[in-house]
Design a protein around this ligand. Structure first.
Ligand SMILES: NC(=O)c1ccc[n+]([C@@H]2O[C@H](COP(=O)([O-])OP(=O)(O)OC[C@H]3O[C@@H](n4cnc5c(N)ncnc54)[C@H](OP(=O)(O)O)[C@@H]3O)[C@@H](O)[C@H]2O)c1
Length: 507
């Protein structure tokens, strides 16, 4: 394991939700596991008026509510909180960054943090190009022999052009190897386990190609709606919020070639090749292979639930998609002709993210019956109930040859004493260690946007393009099933529809 260097983690947007719910609780959990550097400080930066004490009080509450390892460890909590500091500056104002520089120098002197800084941008995205520039104006972007890294939260751009522009503006002051673009899906153990499943088992990889795989399904379903993020979401939608980043990252892990070593360049090179091989959607594909939907008011288990257009800060005539399903191909030797189906949506019956590999059925249905030759299915469950599940045919005891589909499964929860770290723990630790493997490289990010951009353009130019209403608690628009070709083949439904209403409509 790499040596972890003494450093200050500077969190911009420290008064916000992400810092409170995810970042500081994850840091506390790292501290409990003794994974933080010996000399380590957190400096929260935002405009709000906090003292060190009042900020620590707020963070204490965040840790108590959201840390996985708190378990009433009051003494450790107090000690950890004493390593947290707060600085109020106007983050929009370049001249305020001289105050930040002085504060960092003071922390270095007092706490031996040695001039190493990791900057975490957890602010509104409009500040992503500005903060790095203002840091550079104070010479905080580079110093010989010192760590200067920057983590950028999602969303990284709102379209291809804005992503390219943001990359260019960051690269004006930081080198690519100093830039860590966050995609918290990559920090999930189960996503990394996809590489281990594929490349440490000799039985899967020989089958992992067009000869044996019929199709691949990637699902990220949420049961909640937009909650209090209506304003942000209405300008974003499911394609930008989930597909461009998380789902395409999962696709890259499923489809990439084995890297020559487990190292950041090797893995990220292979992922880039996948993005470069995705077949661009033609005009015809945009009509037939992309289904968008929006949840509408309906009864869920007898209770009336509001639709998307009734959500706070959402345009009552909004055509923003809260659901998208698409069919795509990767035009390379391994995957030629294998369809990949991606879907994500809000207000679906359950929260689940999974990758499902559907193997081709055996060449002959020897035993007859529905379940006797379905084709095996490998489900890689990313959340919740993380694990791996292989569906296989088994003879039902008794006379004749009746076949039943059964599961061979592993759940992470079975590893009773093994702690499953949160994605933010893993990713923060990696950035502190200087390992960018699980962060997105600029070229791959632009490549992913290149695939998505024609869909955005099409919707922009054709606002009347179909948008299907689906009831809250259902699995999305009915038309999404028709994307998947083949007799009796539909999406995998990990649980039943919860909606009492069968209302589906075009909006
Ligand atoms: N929350 C999540 O679960 C989550 C998940 C994934 C990604 N993200 C991303 O992470 C970033 C932070 O999310 P968040 O949920 O923590 O947002 P938030 O609650 O709105 O916090 C943003 C923070 O930025 C600060 N800020 C600094 N300059 C600002 C300015 N000019 N205008 C407005 N605010 C300014 C605000 O503090 P002051 O007003 O005190 O300056 C505020 O505390 C966002 O880009 C979001 O997309 C969040």
């Amino acid at each position: 394991m790499k040596q972890i260097t003494d450093q200050v983690l500077v969190i911009f947007g420290a008064s916000g939700d992400l810092t409170y719910r995810k970042l500081v609780p994850a840091l506390f959990d790292l501290y409990i596991q003794d994974l933080l550097p010996e000399n380590f400080r957190v400096l929260g930066v935002a405009r709000s008026d906090f003292s060190d004490d009042s900020f620590r009080k707020k963070m204490s509450e965040g840790i108590t509510n959201y840390s996985s390892l708190y378990h009433s460890r009051k003494e450790e909590l107090d000690y950890f909180l004493s390593s947290i500091h707060y600085l109020s500056i106007n983050t929009d104002n370049p001249s305020d960054y001289s105050t930040l520089k002085s504060e960092l120098e003071q922390l270095d002197t007092e706490y031996k943090t040695d001039g190493n800084y990791l900057f975490y941008l957890s602010t509104p995205p409009s500040l992503y190009p500005l903060i790095p520039r203002y840091l550079a104006l104070q010479g905080l972007n580079k110093k010989e022999g010192k760590i200067r890294r920057i983590i950028i939260e999602k969303p990284f751009g709102t379209d291809l052009i804005s992503a390219i522009n943001l990359n260019q503006s960051l690269l004006a002051d930081f080198e690519e190897d100093q830039i860590y673009r966050m995609d918290h899906y990559l920090g999930k153990e189960t996503v990394q386990n996809m590489l281990v499943t594929r490349f440490s088992n000799s039985i899967y990889e020989p089958l992992w190609n067009r000869n044996f795989i019929h199709h691949v399904e990637i699902t990220a379903a949420e049961s909640i709606g937009v909650e209090n993020r209506g304003g942000y979401y209405d300008g974003s939608g499911a394609l930008r919020d989930m597909v461009q980043n998380h789902l395409l990252q999962l696709l890259a892990f499923v489809a990439m070639e084995p890297p020559s070593v487990i190292g950041s360049d090797a893995i990220r090179n292979e992922k880039l090749k996948v993005f470069q091989a995705i077949r661009p959607l033609s005009h015809e594909n945009l009509l037939t292979d992309v289904i968008r939907g929006q949840y509408i008011a309906s009864k869920v288990k007898g209770v009336m639930e509001g639709g998307y257009r009734e959500e706070k800060n959402v345009n009552p005539e909004s055509r923003t998609e809260t659901y998208i399903a698409l069919k795509m191909f990767i035009d390379n030797w391994r995957w030629g002709g294998v369809p990949f189906y991606l879907r994500t949506g809000k207000r679906l019956p359950t929260r689940v993210s999974e990758v499902v590999i559907h193997f081709k059925p055996a060449p002959l249905n020897l035993f007859g019956g529905d379940e006797s030759n379905r084709g095996n299915t490998l489900v890689m469950r990313i959340q919740p109930d993380e694990g791996l599940l292989l569906k296989t045919g088994m003879k039902v005891p008794g006379s004749g040859y009746n076949v039943k589909e059964v599961n061979m499964d592993f759940h992470y929860s079975q590893l009773q004493d093994t702690y499953l770290p949160s994605a933010y723990e893993r990713l923060l630790l990696d950035a502190m260690l200087g390992d960018p493997t699980l962060y997105t490289r600029g070229d791959a990010l632009e490549s992913a946007w290149s695939f998505v951009q024609p869909i955005l353009d099409y919707w922009q130019e054709n606002p009347e393009a179909p948008l299907y209403g689906y009831p809250c608690g259902s699995w999305g628009p009915e038309g999404a099933d028709k994307l998947i070709e083949g007799k009796d083949i539909t999406w995998r439904y990990p649980c039943k529809n919860l909606s009492d209403d069968g209302i589906y409509c075009e909006l």
